[in-house]
Design a protein around this ligand. Structure first.
Ligand SMILES: *Cc1c(COP(=O)(O)O)cnc(C)c1O
Length: 446
């Protein structure tokens, strides 16, 4: 498969280059030249297949040209070592629980898949991914991405991960998920804010001397190997709903921040997945919602909310969605907007509304929503039409936001054993100033 850039100014890349580079030379996002439809037979039988096999079929459709079949199957099975059940919350509303992975966040699947695919390319030893030594992944995090990437890459031979995070600005549960791992994961505690961490990573990628010294790459969420595998969730959800005979008019609702997750669902739709329509649920960061209403995209600075993993004011994957529905600029902006609003609607919720939703859902059904899932649930409550059945993504385990959830619902939710285990590990981190010169000296010694 060949990949082009949404900015149209970069050379065509193969999968390996798209994965290793992440972002194209013109700072655009990589898009596959073609999205193949899956055969009718696959959708006829899908309800009889298990998650891993459904995912392998989807993965072959995307990556089969570039990755040997047995290796791809291995990668998929290793990535999906846990289930993503669809749970009935109330009549016609179901939660797709994406939080049963190692760090209890849906980003686990993309992170692990990318780690294993990168490892495959390193082992295959073709020139671009190979270096004389280790491939070094730099990732800046405000919390969730760091834990998913660190755990996804943990113990993967030939790759070392540096997680940069702002000192004192991530929750204790988040911090222990990437500072207690050891092995090939190094946590770097930066005396600054998230933007300083991101600036250090960007400067490192641009520094010629450093790039000569060591092979650097990023595990950013715009990487095709991180966002595409999330499509597996939607095929599996469809299969489980079809088994319940509830899949005829299925509405998929995705709590969205950087729009990677919903973008993967839309790619699934392009592959033939029969979802009737989609809803992008937002917190108070509503640029996409505004785009749907007006046809104008006006990025803003993000505002802090209860659902903080969705606090994004300029979602990276917006460019991908536009490119998909404009068919790489073949449609006018107006026609593209029309095509998008035919398939996707939006909603936006304030913190007050999110908390109210969590309380109402808990009191009525007993289901504990986390603040992100709450946006998805409420968007279905508000938007579902007669005859439709809705599935919303529950993107994080509520215990990851224990203080907030306990406070809002007046309960004391149990922390899953897996999360507790992280909290018992010993914190190890390297202290760093926010000056690039210091960071560079450190990396040059590695
Ligand atoms: C990252 C994240 C989101 C947003 O997903 P995008 O792919 O960025 O739209 C939603 N909920 C949780 C818990 C997340 O960690």
């Amino acid at each position: 498969m060949k990949y082009y850039s949404t900015n149209g100014q970069a050379p065509i890349a193969d999968l390996e280059k798209a994965v290793v580079k992440g972002l194209a030379e013109d700072r655009g996002l990589y898009m596959p030249k073609e999205i193949y439809k899956l055969p009718k037979q696959f959708f006829d039988d899908i309800q009889t297949m298990k998650f891993q096999d459904i995912a392998y079929n989807v993965a072959s459709n995307f990556f089969g040209d570039d990755v040997d079949g047995d290796a791809l199957q291995d990668i998929v099975y290793d990535t999906l070592s846990f289930d993503c059940p669809v749970v009935k919350v109330e009549k016609n509303i179901y939660a797709l629980e994406l939080f049963h992975g190692p760090t209890l966040a849906f980003k686990d699947v993309g992170a692990r898949f990318m780690a294993r695919l990168l490892q495959y390319f390193i082992k295959r030893g073709s020139s671009k991914a190979r270096s004389n030594g280790t491939v070094n992944v730099l990732v800046a995090t405000s919390g969730d991405t760091g834990s998913a990437v660190a755990n996804g890459f943990l113990g993967v031979e030939g790759i070392h991960v540096y997680v940069l995070y702002p000192k004192g600005k991530v929750s204790p549960i988040q911090e222990c998920q990437f500072t207690t791992l050891g092995k090939n994961i190094t946590a770097i505690e930066v005396d600054g804010v998230f933007d300083d961490c991101q600036a250090l990573v960007k400067s490192a990628f641009m520094d010629k001397e450093l790039n000569k010294h060591m092979k650097l790459t990023s595990a950013n969420s715009i990487n095709v190997a991180r966002f595409l595998p999330q499509a597996f969730y939607y095929f599996n959800a469809f299969a489980r709903m079809k088994a319940l005979k509830k899949a005829d008019e299925l509405v998929m609702c995705v709590p969205s921040g950087n729009f990677g997750n919903i973008c993967s669902a839309l790619f699934g739709h392009e592959m033939g997945l029969p979802i009737k329509r989609f809803i992008a649920a937002n917190n108070a960061n509503d640029v996409f919602y505004q785009y749907l209403q007006t046809g104008r995209y006006e990025p803003k600075s993000s505002i802090q909310t209860l659902a903080n993993a969705m606090d994004v004011g300029d979602p990276s994957n917006f460019a991908r969605i536009i490119n998909l529905y404009s068919q790489n600029n073949q449609f006018t902006p107006e026609a593209t907007h029309h095509r998008i609003t035919n398939l996707i609607s939006g909603s936006t919720y304030s913190d007050y509304h999110i908390a109210e939703t969590m309380r109402q859902c808990y009191n009525k059904t007993g289901y504990v929503l986390d603040p992100h899932g709450a946006c998805g649930y409420q968007a279905l409550k508000d938007g579902l039409k007669p005859g439709e059945v809705g599935v919303f993504c529950e993107t994080a385990h509520p215990a990851k936001f224990k203080e907030k959830v306990d406070d809002i619902l007046g309960i004391d939710i149990e922390i899953p054993a897996r999360l507790k285990a992280f909290m018992e590990g010993e914190k190890q981190s390297v202290e760093m100033t926010k000056e690039f010169a210091d960071f560079k000296v450190y990396l040059m010694q590695q």
